[in-house]
Write a protein of this length. Sequence first.
Length: 272
Amino acid sequence: MPEIERVQPAALPSTGGGFTHVVRIGPWVFISGQTAGGMDGAIVGGDDALAQGRHVFRRLGLAMESVGGTFADIVKTTTFITDAGDFEKVRQARAEAINSTPPTSASITISHLARPGIGPVRELLLEVEAVGYLRTRAVEEDTVAEVQHLQPEGMSPNGNRYTHVVKVGPWVHIAGQTATDESGNVVGVGDPAAQVDQVFKNLTVAIESVGGKLTDIFKTTVYVVGEQNSEPIRIARAGRFGDKPPASTLLIIAGLARPEFMLEIEATGYVE
């Protein structure tokens, strides 16, 4: 059984015992959502999303360093933003932090964030959680797996801001997929069923790029914009996985990276 290590890095603010910043299980690293909170409790960057973003991604790097890794070892991120108008600034901060092989990513607009011991606060503009894979730890434990970063043909261009598919051994992480086609156009504006169709086309291309199929996806997170769209999207996605549906979480959110998007689905699969 792999070692489970729980780490509260000295370089990160205290959590007050409410949660653990970093949990390592063998070569896998799970990082709690990081915000722009400073060591003194103040918010770094004020009301500037770029400044807050730079601090958040710096904190993610420090989290990885606490278990012997670097930002380059991060394979998956999920970004929560309180104002859709800040997406470009957050993308800039992320671009400054990533290397040539960026992680998969999903970006979600929510109403507000919270601080340990304080509750909801509107001054925090973003939070990013992450999953990493330590190649050096895998070598030491003789469990090393090949890490592949894939931008499959037939999926929307993303300027290498993130990676559509990261495969670590048999584990497949698929970035949040929206209703964009291979040219980057939004399909089915205002039509939940059409957007679901395009999202599943993208998920199919993604899993097939590593030799898998939709039924090899075992976990999805579905982000739906607005309660009014939840039932049409539930109906449209029913049966998409045949008789082998994955474990799934559906969240009603305030918005996505573009106002035309009605849903986004990120997924995890297993393909040997």
